[in-house]
Design a protein. Sequence first.
Length: 542
Amino acid sequence: MSKYRAAKYVRLSSSDDKKDDKNAKVDSDSVINQSKLIDDFVKNHPDIEIVSERIDDGYSGIIFDRPAFKEMMADIEAGKIDCVIVKDLSRLGREYIETGRYLRRIFPTYGVRFIAIIDNIDTAKETTGEELVVGMKSIMNEAYCRDISLKTRSALAVKRSNGEFIGASTIYGYVKSDENKNQLVIDDYAARVVQDIFNLKIDGMSASKIAETLNSLGILSPMQYKKEMGYSYIQKGFADREDVKWSATTIIRILKDETYTGTLIQGKQSTHNYKLKEVVDKPVSEWVRIENSHEPIIRKHNFDLVQKIMRLDTRTAPNKAKVYLFSGILVCGCCGSRMTRKTINRGYATYYYYFCPSGKKNGCTSPMVKESDLTESVWGSLRAYIDNVVSLDQLLDNMSAETISRELVKTYQERIASNEAQLEQVQSYKQGLYENMVEGIISKIEHKSYKKKYDLAYARLEKAVSDLQQELDDVLNNRTERMMWIEHFKRFQNLPEINRKAVIQLIQTIRVVDKDTLDIAFNYQFEYEKALSFLLSQKEAV
């Protein structure tokens, strides 16, 4: 008598892998015990011979894109097996429609006998009501999967809102706390490397050059470091390469990650539902953002400064590691375009100029400026401004931070009130537009044009109020680093010559008005002018 050539199929999902203690799995759901149960069943059925064993460990039953399951199906299609044995129906799958398709269409098409031991299902035997039993169990299995998914999503949402870290592996620079796996703590060695990366970027070095520098110093890349230290890391794909080095992409990812400021941002991705495993990006408005969740590695000011640097035009000079001195800072005073550096060779001499690339096309009359003249002029203005700030600091020495803070609060409140008044006015204009159109005062085209104009104005004012309110909250909670704005200038008090670091930290923009006129907007100019105004008002009051 010929025997059934059977495949022993075992599946264990992560949710099935429960723990009785720290290291022990529940035996009834373990891979070993499923396999043993099937072996014991076959011993009592001499008409069945096990010819293969397929195991999917850590895969959900709601999907059928499982590696071992696909291998088993390949054996069925090749005619190597004609019987499939599982512990129970849920091991085959928990999705009602797809499980039914395999049982009622695919397996019968290939003449495959299916056995689910615990559920007493055997398609080789005619059992009254079996179809109903299979259908009911499939529905129950799917309902179970849906219930588990909802509970899991709910639990994770609560943890995120509480500022608990729920990732499988941490970003480079942090590890999970030994006392609380949902708390990030600083990894001292990696944190120092992260700080070096930010400092090199502030100094003007490009991402590719930073990567090259770290590799030349023999510093392990994040993936290599995690492997060396035995930390968990994302596997498969690029991570499985043995020669993973620092790259510009890795550097940029680190420079853009706000986690280093102590802010935990989670929930950036999700799936449509428990049946679909395709990951989709969620809109920024739905991200869960918790500030002061863990100890920061990078000061907020330095992080914001780096984001500003990365937004600018920071192309490096040919065969050089650093960007040009005024790259991204210099703008045309006529059209507002960023000016471009140009090299001109005349005989044996080389000259460098900045010009507006969109000049003649837009009717712009901005002049070409010699780099050496520009550098000298900006350096003189910068030194004078630093001296003014330092002198101002000496005059403010006798005033308490509380007094200065009080003045800042008053200023922010006044600006918020002004913007809110403008908001009310714009809203009033918007409400009257429709009535004006109905009464024939304005046409439909004019109504559409005015509405668009007021919508833009309203959105701009709303953002201004929001930003000012954040600034005010920072002052009231003493969180803002703008209270230390003078220190940012004093750091460069003894600078021997102008460099990229000073330009990027102290100057917002440089507008070239004409060959002899520059309009320089310094960082923290509002704070400087407010402090100066405050001193003058105090002097007049005496």
